[in-house]
Design a protein around this ligand. Sequence first.
Ligand SMILES: [Zn+2]
Length: 247
Amino acid sequence: MKITRQKHAKKHLGFFRNNFGVREPYQILLDGTFCQAALRGRIQLREQLPRYLMAETQLCTTRCVLKELETLGKDLYGAKLIAQKCQVRNCPHFKNAVSGSECLLSMVEDGNPHHYFLATQDQNLSMKVKKKPGIPLMFIIQNTIVLDKPSPKAIAFVRAVESGQLVSAHEKQSIKQLKEEQGLVRDLEQRRRKRRKVSGPNPLSCLKKKKKTQDMNSSASEKKRKRKRIRNRSTSKVLSEKQNAEG
Ligand SMILES: [Zn+2]
């Protein structure tokens, strides 16, 4: 049983890795309901999640989820303890906390750029997550962790990309990387620089040279003036000495 579960998980993970750029360590955002289900099922998430996904995992949550668990009181004390041991990821609600589900949904907005997994027992949240492609969804059924199969939305999205109707964010990134690796971006920049060099310098540099020679002349004349002044002073000194001697 366990081997088939892992096989399915491996297949689904392959789908998300190939099409949405999901990479290890897998970052799994937990909500209160998932923590509570893990507690009831006596599931040690820290041990079982990496074993099930056959990879390094990071358990994460948000401050809004923690706050919500605090307000729900004693019944969810155990779930709160589990959530408190997770890494707290920054959410945009640092001033006014929102509900856990609203917060987690905001964490995977705009194509899930941080490649989060979402682990929840909240059916309402799951439905919303399935409507967006590229978010691996996890839940607990009969005391076992399950990575959900890719949603129809995710599969449709990938088909659209494959048929050339769409370019996924992951693909855009890899296209950019390829260009950089093959030096295409650098070539463009160099061409731009070369053009500037050809059109730019000649008339300007001529002007600057003229100015420089003028500056040289003026500074030289200043020096002459200074010398004259010094002579004047010395002559005046001599004169005053003469006057003193006479007086
Ligand atoms: Zn939040």
